[in-house]
Design a protein around this ligand. Structure first.
Ligand code: FAD
Ligand code: NAD
Length: 401
């Protein structure tokens, strides 16, 4: 008898943890697991701002997928999904290969939301993937080199668009990392401008007032110029155009104004809501019992009106339930209802400051920064035990890009 084929698309937080949990839950020979990802490394998205400024080694946040999965249980395919044929239970990859499935998990993550603002897609940089973040680093160093030739001050103006969590994490990293990059390039850091542009009245507008105050003061201490209540209207290669006819001459615009589901899911012929794949309480695509979806590309309703946000925390809680429900389906057992437990949020502002909210407790300063490190280390520990933490921090090997 042929074994059921479980195929997981995407090896980000949701996909890699689903596959690892399936490895544990399935008995020998019970099913085949195939994990498909564009690249052969899993990147730590929550730390991509560090890759963007070059404040961390690539190997710390890009981990070989073949090293993470058990090759006796999971077949890893490095390939880009081009579409899925739900009727015939096939996954199509770029280059023409097709993979059959009996059970499918879509975990294809997010992409940057540009809201159709002119010039963003073409001229702004995105903290989307390991590669896009590495591109930010290369762009910054290129501007530093070009400044030495033409002395154009717009080359030393670094703008972060959007003051949500991604924005403040990037601003903190720029403030801490640029002095060093300037030293390496023989450029006086005093000439550098770091600017935050946010449409709302403050950065992290969705957080408590005291946390907003702390984040604002911390960024100001870093000499970040905060332009709040300023909506971005257009971006060209040389400047950013804002409401009220304001312009910022700058060659580096780092766009962090929000995310949406990976638009590839639009090709799957599945019903979509808000551009995402709606799932039921068992994480199955509505009305399709053999297709599951987790993480940022899915829409899970918390209640009738609100849905879960696109966070690693959600993807990481969904993945084990998804794996368990696939195994239960195979065995004819009852499925588990997914229940989300919010454990809090912590965002870093450089290495020594952070803002967070855990239950009703507000975190800030060094303690917040320490907690952020603990959360990151805990993820690595869950992924590969203490050995992985040591390996990521001490191994020297080739860059994945
Ligand atoms: P992803 O992690 O995006 O994984 C998707 C995977 O699919 C990737 O490996 C990608 O390469 C692969 N893929 C995409 N397209 C294809 C294709 N066509 N074919 C094959 N493979 C493909 N959330 C938190 O909870 N806490 C944080 O501290 C936090 N910090 C963040 C910091 C930054 C800078 C950013 C940008 C986001 C942060 N988030 C955080 C949000 C979090 O990173 C996402 O919610 C999370 O990555 C979603 O996980 P996922 O598995 O759905 O998708
Ligand atoms: P976001 O949607 O949370 O924030 C985007 C910000 O950009 C908002 O403050 C918005 O007002 C602003 N904005 C939107 N359009 C604008 C415009 N035209 N001009 C100026 N400002 C504009 O997006 P994000 O920060 O990228 O976060 C995406 C997801 O990832 C969220 O769910 C977030 O919680 C998660 N995340 C979590 C962490 C963490 O927990 N440490 C870190 C990063 C991201």
């Amino acid at each position: 008898m042929t074994k059921p084929k479980i195929v997981i698309l995407g090896a980000g937080y949701g996909g890699i943890i689903t596959s690892k949990r399936l490895e544990k839950l399935l008995k020998d020979g019970e099913a085949d697991i195939t994990l498909i990802n564009k690249h052969d490394y899993h990147y730590i998205t929550t730390q991509l701002h560090k890759i963007g400024v070059g404040t961390a080694a690539d190997r710390q946040f890009a981990i070989s997928i073949p090293d993470l999965v058990d090759s006796n249980k999971t077949r890893f395919i490095k390939g880009a999904v081009s579409t899925v044929d739900i009727q015939n239970q096939l996954v199509h990859l770029d280059g023409g290969d097709t993979i059959e499935y009996d059970y499918l998990v879509t975990a294809l993550g997010f992409e940057v939301e540009t809201f159709g603002i002119p010039g963003i897609k073409e001229n702004a940089l995105a903290i989307r993937s390991f590669r896009s973040s590495k591109a930010i680093y290369h762009h910054i160093t290129k501007q530093l080199n070009l400044y030495k030739e033409d002395q154009d001050p717009s080359r030393l103006t670094f703008v972060v668009a959007g003051g949500g969590f991604t924005g403040i994490e990037m601003l903190g990293e720029l403030a801490e990392g640029l002095p060093n990059l300037c030293r390496q390039h023989n450029i006086p850091f005093e000439k550098v401008k770091i600017i935050a542009v946010e449409a709302a009245q403050s950065v992290i507008p969705f957080f408590p007032k005291q946390s907003i105050k702390y984040a604002t003061e911390t960024l100001e201490k870093f000499n970040v110029e905060l332009m709040t209540s300023k909506k971005i209207l257009e971006c060209t290669p040389e400047k950013l155009l804002l409401e009220s006819d304001l312009e910022i001459p700058a060659r580096t615009i780092i766009w962090s104004c929000g995310v949406k589901a990976n638009s590839i899911v639009e090709k799957f012929g599945l019903p979509l809501e808000k551009g995402k794949i709606p799932v039921d309480s068992y994480l199955r695509v509505k009305n399709i019992t053999n297709v599951f979806s987790v993480g940022d590309c899915s829409l899970f309703m918390k209640d009738e009106k609100s849905y879960l946000p696109p966070t690693a925390q959600v993807a990481l809680q969904q993945a084990p339930v998804c794996a368990q429900n696939i195994v239960s389906t195979l065995r004819g057992n009852e499925l588990k209802v997914f229940e989300y437990h919010h454990k809090g949020s912590v965002a870093s502002i450089g290495n020594f400051a952070a803002v967070g909210l855990v239950g009703r407790f507000r975190l800030s300063g060094l303690f917040g920064a320490f907690m952020k490190q603990v959360i990151e280390a805990r993820y690595l520990f869950n992924l590969g035990g203490p050995a992985l933490i040591l390996k990521q921090h001490f191994r020297i090997d080739r860059d994945p890009v």
